[in-house]
Write a protein that binds this ligand. Sequence first.
Ligand SMILES: NC(=O)c1ccc[n+]([C@@H]2O[C@H](COP(=O)([O-])OP(=O)(O)OC[C@H]3O[C@@H](n4cnc5c(N)ncnc54)[C@H](OP(=O)(O)O)[C@@H]3O)[C@@H](O)[C@H]2O)c1
Length: 273
Amino acid sequence: MTSTWLITGTSRGMGREMVEQLLARGDTVIATLRNPDDLAELAERYGSALTTERLDVTDTQTMRQVVARAFAEHDRIDVVASNAGYGVFGTAEDLTDEHVDAMIATNLTASIQLARAVVPHLRRQGGGTLVQMSSMGGHLAFPGFSLYHVTKWGIEGFYEALAQEVEPLGIRTILVEPGVVRTSFFDAAVRVPVSAPYRGGPADRPPMTLEEMTDSQEKTVAAILREADADTPRRRLILGSDAWQLVTGALTDRLSAVTAQRDNAATADFATQ
Ligand SMILES: NC(=O)c1ccc[n+]([C@@H]2O[C@H](COP(=O)([O-])OP(=O)(O)OC[C@H]3O[C@@H](n4cnc5c(N)ncnc54)[C@H](OP(=O)(O)O)[C@@H]3O)[C@@H](O)[C@H]2O)c1
């Protein structure tokens, strides 16, 4: 059975890979992107199976219009994938206010607003699936990447609550948590030079090498499609052995740290003597 997807950030990377894999298997795609020319070749090849819509995800008004038009023009949209995003490398001290605002607007606020725009439509059509690109960086944090982690930890919290709200309405949610995937992400990332006090420290790292990008774009996207097709998808989808290892390590450490505080936590109870 074919399905219809709406995806953000489809010019390149995993968003574009989703578009290509879906079209190749006969699905219908509404691909949103900042410059629709980037998908001109695919639009010509696939005709009415592909609709492209110009959308910078930080423009909430336009996003709402694009979403409303897409649901009006298609009988049903089965899956909405919130994919657009980028990275900023720099110490918290070295970042500018503009870095902070732009990162949160693109990776966090836009993802929240997309979900809020889409849920009423999914509810009215009797259900559907929200796929949200998170990251292993939604569970753990690397120095020099604090802003990115803000957005992924933030969207994890939003979806943790949203999933419980919308599942009774037939809406399924999937937080995708890849490791380091070979996409254009690291080339496109903003790099803020480390200032003198941080040189040689944990945040002063060379750019990611190809060897460190251990996850395949094609296989990561294939796994996302498989999960969205499943009758009961996982709320969180860890992809890549790097992600599995680092996330299990981080969660184990956090669980140990919390477990060890049982007696101290109880000192704040009303009933403490
Ligand atoms: N690559 C990884 O290792 C990795 C790991 C975990 C999670 N992720 C997440 O996966 C998602 C996709 O990343 P990727 O690796 O495929 O990165 P990518 O190759 O750099 O592609 C990013 C896409 O997002 C779009 N985008 C950025 N800002 C946008 C905006 N304001 N409005 C609309 N589109 C915008 C870009 O469009 P333009 O061409 O217009 O810039 C591009 O199509 C992101 O949410 C990222 O955080 C990536």
